[in-house]
Design a protein around this ligand. Structure first.
Ligand code: AHR
Length: 515
């Protein structure tokens, strides 16, 4: 790690542990919103080695595979129990013509992936390969439709091909290509980043396009589509405002938001070699998604007071300069404990907003940006972010429990500061409370006094993920440096109080026994 930058904050002054310097009061009786499964969604784009080499190696590969799906990756994703996967892009979606990716492999067109590094795309992974993978993983498919360079007819045929029963030409073609029954495709995104790579449209023009396209997104057989509008980038609430006003409810079920934890798009910084200042700036940018969501919510609450339209953060995560020696267009990056803390603090924020935020999709599932899994030839590793998702699975479909957190803040610069701890709590279907705590402080341990507003804690056990250094990561051919371990830092006292000692830059998830 480079020389550390001295931050002007008393909280940062030294590495001594304060006795109970963080107070967390969880309010179990105030819990009402269920954290949807889809908050834990994934994104897979035809970009770099996300699909080819990551999810798919083809049946003839010497890399072990199940009918072409890479076996180690498939098993890791199955174990993660992912709820939804977005495909085929991203920017690629508005260049994708679905008929190139159906039928006998030898007849599929080979094209250039003009968005991502000019790589040849042989279309060997297409509609059947994606939808069958989703079925095997037990996750919902989320298809992003080509609006930028496609047509309404092409889209409408695709939806019929995937979801119609009966004897229409498209249903028959699907059968001829080996799939008898229609698939279930719940989530359809109409375009991607329509303000940029998806056609450089104005909000006004796009919302008219959405009105037209969505008319022909039909519910075939018993498939019921949830229609998603291509939403804003970051802080662009005008986009959300125009779309909601011009499209209105009834035509769209959700609108997306893209937010990456990037400070400077001209130089995004290195994934594994960063200063203390860069570390805190990244965490600060990640946490600002709270404010960003609030801003979009304000618009939505005003224009959709009945809360019928969901906000879907269908791209989020870190984005660094690519790993040295890799194709700059392939967005292959490592993932350290810093990325893990971005993931945990972002999930904490999404949990708070689930009355409006109905899905999020981290970018991306394998080998691209803040990935769950990295592969190199036959090798494969699980990133610290994978483990955060694993540890946080306990919160899925649980009731979010509001909480009051009192802690120091770390000053990042004249305008920004971050709390030393990020947290979220939930109560699952069996009434069990789970608490996640992230220590965002790079240097200091913090001691959290947890109070359950009336309930007594009689036991607490769980897991911790941490690295010796915040820039530690799991590397190919080396022992895994970052993986969850049993946590021994939770102490329950006779009065039912709970004290948790959080090592610097760590994430803990606890299961509580209460009475
Ligand atoms: O996730 C990488 C790219 O980021 C996506 O293709 C695009 O939608 C966004 O700009």
């Amino acid at each position: 790690m480079k020389k550390l930058f001295a931050l002007a904050a008393s909280a940062l002054a030294f590495t001594t542990v304060n006795a109970q310097d963080v107070q967390l009061t969880i309010h179990p009786e105030q819990g009402k919103d269920i954290i949807p499964n889809e908050i834990y969604g994934q994104f897979s784009e035809h970009l770099g080695s996300c699909i080819y080499g990551g999810l798919w190696v083809g049946p003839d590969s010497d890399i072990p595979n199940i009918n072409g799906y890479r076996k180690d990756v498939f098993e890791a994703l199955k174990d993660l129990d992912i709820p939804v996967m977005r495909w085929p892009g991203g920017c690629f979606a508005d260049d994708y013509h679905w008929m190139d990716g159906i039928g006998p492999q030898e007849n599929r067109r080979t094209l250039v992936n003009n968005n991502w590094g000019g790589t040849e795309e042989d279309n060997s992974f297409g509609t059947h390969e994606f939808l069958n993978l989703c079925e095997m993983l037990g996750c919902e498919p989320y298809i992003s439709i080509n609006v930028g360079s496609g047509t309404v007819e092409e889209m409408s045929n695709w939806i019929e091909y995937m979801t119609a029963d009966g004897n229409s030409t498209w249903a028959k073609l699907r059968r001829k290509n080996g799939r008898e029954k229609p698939w279930k495709v719940k989530y359809i995104g109409i375009g991607n980043e329509a303000w940029g790579c998806g056609g450089n449209m104005t909000a006004e023009y796009y919302s008219d396009q959405f009105r037209k396209y969505s008319t022909y997104v039909r519910n075939h057989a018993d498939n019921k589509v949830y229609k998603i509008a291509s939403g804003a980038s970051d802080w662009d609430t005008r986009w959300t405002d125009v779309c909601l006003k011009n499209i209105g409810d009834g035509k769209m079920n959700g609108i997306s938001l893209h937010y990456y934890s990037v400070r400077n798009w001209d130089y995004k910084g290195k994934a594994t070699d960063f200063t203390q200042q860069e570390y805190y700036e990244t965490l600060s940018r990640a946490i600002q998604i709270d404010k960003c969501i609030k801003n979009h919510r304000e618009v939505m609450d005003r224009l959709d007071p009945g809360n019928k339209i969901g906000l879907l953060v269908d791209e989020w995560g870190t984005w660094w300069e690519v790993e040295p020696g890799t194709n700059p267009g392939h967005l292959f990056q490592q993932c350290t404990m810093r990325d893990a803390l971005v993931a945990s603090s972002s999930l904490d924020i999404f949990h708070k907003h689930t009355s409006r935020v109905k899905m999020t999709n981290i970018a991306q599932v394998v080998n691209v940006l803040q990935a769950m899994i990295l592969t190199r030839g036959k090798e494969m590793l699980l990133t610290p972010t994978y483990y955060i998702f694993k540890m946080y699975n306990v919160h899925r479909e649980a009731t979010f429990l509001p909480a009051t957190l009192t802690c120091d803040r770390i000053v990042v610069n004249e305008e920004e500061s971050i709390p030393v701890v990020s947290t979220s709590s939930s109560r699952d279907k069996n009434g069990v409370i789970h608490v996640s705590l992230s220590n965002l402080d790079m240097n200091k341990d913090h001691v959290v006094a947890v109070n359950l507003d009336g309930l007594k804690v009689t036991g607490a056990e769980g897991e911790i993920i941490n690295g010796k250094n915040v820039d530690d990561y799991n590397d190919f051919g080396k022992a895994e440096l970052i993986a969850p371990k049993t946590f021994n830092g939770a102490k329950v006292d006779k009065k039912g109080g709970l004290t948790v000692t959080l090592p610097a830059h760590s994430v803990v998830t606890l299961t509580l026994k209460t009475k």
